[in-house]
Design a protein around this ligand. Structure first.
Ligand code: FPP
Length: 235
């Protein structure tokens, strides 16, 4: 259908709170509705043959939210992973996590680890949950891992750090770079998401709130991407 399908689509799923408020509902209902948008996204992605999807589910900055909302998001995540695991397994989806495990509630870490383990041989679609994720933090931990390894091997000052060294130690490794970054709900910023991986990404902003994101919205984004001429610094 599209001659040029992005290999890796990353999404900043913004607007759950506004969706709920506009309907006189509590914010947590917006997140729940947002989880149904993920269901739709998975169905269409499988149909289209998308290979890698990264979802910004919880950032390192989201800890500043009221504890009641933080709890609601993690409870929803726990429910979502358990409830959808059969579908995910049957459809050949592989679950991945990008972000620091520290601070994530124990139960959520267990559910994610279990989903990662149970789907590790799946190859149809990589579904990368970015949870307790921050782009700066990811790059810093990559350097720290490189250092740690070099200290162990006693080769700390032997060679310069390369792009490959850094990429191999990112949370997203071995996912390819992001080709298309989508942000919903009208804001036009990156919010510390996949900073390294979006170096040459096309960035698509839409006013659609995440809970309203549907097949038509994704097709519009993919059509827009399909019409972009990517130059990667060349002519
Ligand atoms: C941004 O909307 C959304 C989040 C911080 C959380 C994303 C969570 C989900 C889509 C729900 C379920 C997640 C999983 C993985 C099942 P916002 O609250 O910042 O909206 P606002 O800007 O309108 O207030």
């Amino acid at each position: 259908m599209f001659s040029n399908l992005p290999e890796h689509v990353a999404i900043i799923m913004d607007g759950n709170g506004r969706w709920a408020t506009s309907k006189g509902l509590p914010r947590k209902d917006g997140h729940k509705e947002g989880s149904f948008a993920i269901d739709r996204l998975l169905e269409i992605s499988l149909e289209l043959g998308l290979k890698n999807i990264s979802l910004y589910a919880f950032s390192t900055e989201n800890w500043k939210r009221p504890i009641s909302e933080i709890n609601a998001i993690f409870e929803l995540l726990n429910f979502f992973i358990e409830d959808r695991l059969t579908f995910i397994k049957e459809k050949g989806i592989r679950v991945l996590h990008s972000g620091a495990k520290s601070k994530i509630p124990i139960l959520s870490n267990k559910k994610i680890e279990n989903a990662i383990e149970e789907t590790k041989n799946n190859t149809k679609l990589n579904l990368n949950f970015c949870l307790n994720y921050g782009g700066h933090e990811e790059i810093i931990q990559s350097f720290n891992k490189i250092l740690e390894n070099r200290i162990k091997l006693n080769e700390i000052l032997e060679k310069e750090i390369t792009i490959e060294d850094i990429e191999k130690n990112l949370y997203t490794y071995p996912l390819p770079p992001v080709d298309l970054l989508i942000r919903t709900a009208g804001e036009q910023r990156i919010s510390n998401f996949l900073l390294w991986q979006i170096a040459y990404a096309e960035i698509y902003f839409t006013n659609t709130l995440w809970p309203d994101f549907n097949k038509e919205a994704l097709m519009t984004a993919l059509e827009w991407y399909n019409n972009r001429v990517r130059k990667f610094g060349g002519l």
